[in-house]
Design a protein around this ligand. Sequence first.
Ligand SMILES: [Zn+2]
Ligand SMILES: [Zn+2]
Length: 322
Amino acid sequence: MRLGAHIGIAGGLPEAVRQGKAIGCEAIQIFSKSPQMWEGPPVAPDAAAAFRAAVRAEGLLGTAVHHGYLINLGSPKAFMLRRSRRAFLDEIQRAELLGVDGLVFHPGAHLGSGTEAGLAKIVESVRGALEAVPEGKVRLLLENAAGQGTALCSTLEELQTVLGAVDSAARVGVTLDTCHLFAAGWDFRTAEGYGQLVDRVEATIGSAAVGAFHLNDAKAPLGSHLDRHENIGKGEIGREGFTSLVSDARWSSVPGYLETPLDDHGYDRYAEDLTLLRSLVVPTRRGPPPALRPEPSRSDPSEPRPKSSRARASRPKGGGAA
Ligand SMILES: [Zn+2]
Ligand SMILES: [Zn+2]
């Protein structure tokens, strides 16, 4: 995996690249504007060029923009949906200017209209975006949700529903967030558990659909549906939980971005998390060894489902991106 982190752009776009490189990132994710706003100042062409040049100069192997939080591509409300789609298109165009590999986005929330209706809106939204930017090179990456509230795509099956309907593997893929997977009920802390997860990934979206990871430990217990990021090794997932993932050769060219808490320590925290993750890599593993691939049990339920009883929960304040 190409290990990296979510870096702030307060110091400017090229500076984000240099800051990421300085703390050991091979890949960086950024916001292209304030994530709490519908609109931001346009990306100046010279700033975009400077960003691209810095990415090349520093030799980064992966780049992504994370979209803003106000967008809901699954909204049942016509006005909000229109506004979200307009903002999403703007995010895509900004990402295209910056020349990043991926645009990470939260698929959306159905707000009570139901899973099927919400997923249909998301499919329609993504299709519309693809048509609006026919020559687009940035891969749109649906991020798996933790399953809070009415957020959609906390299951691999829902992600596959969207991917299958959009049917554009080159332009649309998935970002898998470890904290969200764990919160949604996936226990990959053991080799066996990890094996079951990757088997299910292969059986649904397929590993080629995975365009990025978010590497976050979890503050909340397994299956909590709470989106609470923790530093690597300090949460409920723990060090061992990341070993199989970062050692798996099938992800060798996939970027993994930290969104772990920085507290008052700034990027030193990221540097520690990156060092720890690198120490967990078992270098000789070429793909999952037999021990990681238990015989799939036919009686296993396909995937844990989020509990529907959770109504509303506040947005996490993790490492800058959820
Ligand atoms: Zn996110
Ligand atoms: Zn999160």
